[in-house]
Design a protein around this ligand. Structure first.
Ligand SMILES: *Cc1c(COP(=O)(O)O)cnc(C)c1O
Length: 435
């Protein structure tokens, strides 16, 4: 390691407690100080480059240091960096809200700004509960899918189901029930899971405010994928039993699944949609809860009726973040991103076919620009994900497996040549596990 790399690492470890990390690992595992980024590449101080095959935790869409986004943020910076959004407003927030209303499913017509994914989930849960209360019904339960992930603040963690993040905090969590996620991408698995959903709704819908789900892909739950028939079925059932449907598109939104929003695969309009991650192209923290006029109107009355949604965050609707989001949407408007992604997706699928002959590969699945390779025959204690991560880094690719699942979720600007490299490195990494 160069002096600069190791100096930053040393100074970092003196004071920084990193997210999702057992800090002791860094006694042996070097941190990677990043100096700059361009396109799909991250560069360290030694001049090494890494293909960001996980879009920096699923946020980046159009590469690092994207000119369109940079320019828009710089222009915004010189006019207004931030202002509170209560009693005040600004153009980037207004323009962005209109655009989001135009591109999301038709009944979503109101935009509540928040500033990160988990907080958007919290706000959606609170809104749903509060909506029913404003209508005179107390529904203190939420329903979610097994293996789901909705963030890590207490409410969001409560509706999630990844034991690694959740178990420790169990006594702190809010009331939540789970129904099984469809076990695979087949339509029959979706139908089976819907049957159980209906049984639970028949029994408990009086107490349930909302069903929250990640449409089509459960990200942190190991890129587990299911059929759109589950979404259409869940929409019908939630309507029938007076339960809200919250589509958490924080990861699936903005083209990841092949359509702009995953809900479009099933042609459904949820009561709430949460968006973040790709919203700003991976630049700045921002999130929204989108909802319907029906929900909005249930809060709209004289102040002294005390039905308002008094939820806020300091950085609600930050202008810089909104302008990054506007630039991101502009890129979608001016280019055939989804069309190009369809070709890339097909190419990736063809290239990963060869993984099937490796005996430790259990399953390959894909939905849009997310491709996952699940391995078999390893105990969690072996930490094969870490071994793949370390090997891939040494080869110039950033992969961050989830347990036994190696996945690709690259920025959309990745080239075919870069796809080849990303896949080749993953292939060798998996092959090497077998010794
Ligand atoms: C990442 C994620 C969240 C949480 O967002 P943060 O900004 O990390 O708090 C919630 N839901 C889903 C589906 C996510 O992928």
């Amino acid at each position: 390691m160069t002096d600069k790399n190791s100096e930053i690492m040393k100074r970092d470890l003196e004071v920084i407690w990193h997210p999702c990390t057992q800090m002791k690992d860094h006694e042996t595992l070097p941190l990677v100080p990043i100096k700059s980024g361009k396109g799909v590449y991250l560069y360290d101080f030694e001049g090494n480059s890494y293909i960001d095959a996980v879009s920096s935790w699923w946020v980046n869409l159009f590469g690092h240091a994207n000119k369109t986004i940079n320019d828009k943020i710089k222009a915004q910076l010189d006019s207004l960096e931030h202002v509170l959004l209560a009693g005040f407003t600004h153009e980037p927030a207004v323009e962005l809200a209109h655009k989001l209303v135009n591109i999301t499913p038709e009944t979503l017509v109101k935009v509540f700004y928040v500033d990160n994914g988990s907080s958007a989930v919290e706000a959606a849960l609170k809104m749903s509960y509060h909506y029913h209360l404003n209508l005179g019904k107390c529904k203190p339960l939420f329903l979610s899918l097994t293996n789901s992930y909705h963030g890590e603040t207490i409410g969001a963690l409560s509706v999630g189901d990844v034991a690694l993040y959740k178990e420790t905090y169990e006594p702190l969590l809010i009331a939540n029930m789970q129904v099984p996620v469809p076990k695979d991408q087949s339509e029959s698995a979706a139908k089976e899971a819907l049957q159980i959903l209906e049984d639970v709704l028949i029994d408990k819908s009086e107490e349930i405010a909302a069903l929250i789900l990640e449409p089509l892909i459960q990200g942190a739950g190991g890129m587990h994928m299911y059929h759109p028939a589950y979404l259409s079925g869940a929409r019908v059932l939630t309507k029938k039993y007076d339960v809200h449907l919250i589509a958490d598109e924080i990861m699936t939104g903005f083209g990841r699944t092949g359509k702009m929003f995953a809900c479009e695969h099933a042609n459904i309009s949820p009561d709430f949609m949460t968006l973040s991650k790709g919203l700003t192209g991976g630049y700045l923290p921002l999130s929204v809860v989108m909802t319907t006029d029906e929900v909005y109107n249930a809060f709209y009355c004289d102040y002294n009726e005390y039905k308002a949604f008094l939820h806020s965050h300091s950085y609600t609707g930050n202008p810089l973040a909104c302008s990054a989001a506007l630039a991101t949407l502009e890129i979608f408007e001016q280019n055939d991103i989804l069309g190009e992604n369809e070709k890339k997706r097909t190419y990736i699928y063809k290239q990963v076919e060869k993984f099937r002959s490796l005996p430790n590969v259990k399953e390959i699945r894909q939905q849009g620009m997310v491709t996952a390779i699940e391995l078999q025959g390893y105990d969690v204690k072996e930490r094969i994900g870490l071994r793949i991560y370390e090997y891939a880094l040494s080869q110039g690719v950033l992969l961050r497996p989830l347990g036994n699942v190696i996945y690709f979720m690259p920025p959309f600007v990745i080239t075919y040549k870069e796809i080849d490299k990303m896949i080749e490195v993953a292939y060798k990494g998996i092959e090497r596990l077998m010794g």
